[in-house]
Design a binder for this molecule. Structure first.
Ligand code: PLP
Length: 454
């Protein structure tokens, strides 16, 4: 075995020191964004023929690049969907990187795949799916939704072929008009039609809305997607009603729970997910509300064999894996080479236990409720909708989009919080997405009070 040289050891220690410093912050600086011009001025050309050397490259990262990236794990990061990984999951992400682990096949990654599969089995069990369910951690919800729908269409196509029925000219998927943009992307990539189902007054789709869509007898329809927590509001569709209709009409039932499905872990919101057990597939992103680092989406199928038939790649150099009969994660989505990205979550779950996760999710929901109460108390604010999970949307009475933007810039520049404006029905608003257990009541109050004056 070779000994590593001194320069490598120096760099290693510098990197560990940097990581240690970053992990020791409570919290880490929120930091900011930057223009390409500013970064060019400060960092310049970093890729050179001879290399800068690791210490110099690290210095540029530390002094220029890192401050120009907003910390998504800061307790004041409340925009979009933040990412608030546990310390254990962050640490284990380092371990995954330090180990040459491949997560695509059982042959090469048995230990890693075993651990990932235990997490997937746990999620499937929480959802009420049978023990044979399974799947894979993919990069994100967009790829998870696409992979699930590709499997669903292939299953439908095979059913038609087997029973000698003609294939439709166009295939179609139906979902709520409030569903995530990634479903439009999936439909475009698959070259299929997306049928938006208008939501009821409460923002949901259920039996009435889906039945109305079905009476139009859409041809080529093979799946219905329900949303298990919309990204804008955290609204959960009526999964039980939709699941039963899907079953009755031989349609694949997919639940997109990228953000909200973690809500099934809390006794406060478990009831919203009744009917999830009927799903043919579902997704949930650990990088959103399961306290794991970017990037990971758990994609789970009721019958993984259907997914394998649709997704397994075949090639001469792969046959030894494909023909083995082993469980190879690559076979269950649009991916081949893959990082075992479920391992940080596995380690953290194994460390803390599931009860800690239930408590953390519950705490986020309670803080959203607290924010709701504080909003209602202030006469300059108006709640847009009652929060259901951990998203709170409200308006500052009388503000234009420009007012929200100026306020948002001020919060970021003062390093208090990152809350970008959102909108609903053409009106600008402010939105908190609360997934960080370190976000405090005091911070919420400070942010709300900062809206009193322009
Ligand atoms: C975020 C989100 C997605 C997309 O997931 P990515 O991980 O960002 O690709 C899909 N659906 C819903 C409901 C989401 O909230």
């Amino acid at each position: 075995m070779h000994r590593v040289n001194d320069a490598t050891v120096d760099l290693r220690e510098a990197i560990f020191a940097y990581a240690r410093t970053r992990l020791n912050y409570e919290p880490a600086p929120l930091d900011n964004t930057a223009s390409p011009e500013l970064l060019w001025q400060q960092a310049g050309q970093t890729i050179t023929e001879d290399g800068l050397g690791g210490l110099e490259a690290l210095k540029i990262f530390e002094q220029v690049l890192a401050p120009a990236t907003i910390s998504t794990d800061h307790p004041g990061y409340l925009s979009f969907i933040p990412c608030a990984p546990t310390e254990a999951s962050k640490l284990f992400d380092l371990v995954v990187s330090a180990s040459g682990i491949y997560g695509g096949s059982w042959l090469e990654g048995a230990g890693a795949v075993y651990a990932e599969n235990q997490v997937l089995s746990w999620l499937a069990k929480e959802a009420g799916l049978p023990a044979e369910s399974g799947g894979v951690f993919v990069q994100g919800g967009t790829l998870g939704n696409l992979s699930a729908l590709v499997a669903a269409r292939e299953n439908y196509r095979q059913q038609l072929l087997k029973s000698g029925q003609p294939l439709p000219n166009r295939f179609a998927v139906a979902c709520s008009s409030e569903a995530h943009s990634s479903l439009k992307t999936a439909a475009r990539v698959m070259d299929i039609d997306l049928l938006p189902i208008p939501v009821a007054a409460d923002g949901r789709i259920g039996h009435a809305e889906v039945s109305a869509m079905l009476t139009t007898k859409p041809s080529g329809l093979f799946a219905i997607v329900a949303t298990g927590g919309t990204t804008n509001f955290g609204i959960v569709d009526r999964l039980d009603e939709i699941g039963q209709l899907a079953k009755a009409h031989n349609l694949w039932f997919h639940v997109d729970g990228a953000y909200g499905l973690a809500g099934m872990l809390s006794p406060l919101t478990r009831n919203l997910f009744a009917g999830l057990e009927l799903a043919d597939s579902f997704i949930v992103d650990p990088h959103k509300w399961l306290f794991a680092p970017f990037d990971a989406c758990a994609l789970i199928y009721r019958n993984p064999e259907i997914a394998r038939a649709a997704h397994a790649q075949h090639g001469e150099y792969l046959d030894t894996l494909t023909d083995s009969g082993d469980f190879n994660p690559s076979d269950y989505a649009i991916n081949l080479t893959r990082r075992p990205r479920g391992l940080p979550l596995w380690f953290s779950l194994a460390t803390h236990g599931v009860a800690t996760y239930r408590e953390a999710v519950t705490k986020n929901i309670e803080l959203a409720k607290f924010a709701r109460d504080e909003i209602v108390k202030r006469d300059f604010l108006t709640l847009v909708r009652e929060p259901e999970l951990s998203v709170v949307v409200f308006e500052r009475n009388g503000w234009t989009l420009a007012d929200y933007e100026a306020w948002s810039d001020r919060l970021l520049n003062n390093q208090i919080a990152f809350v970008v404006p959102s909108s609903h029905a053409g009106r600008p608003n402010a939105r908190f997405a609360i997934v960080n257990p370190l976000t405090s009541q005091e911070l919420i109050v400070d942010i709300l009070n900062s809206m009193e004056d322009k």
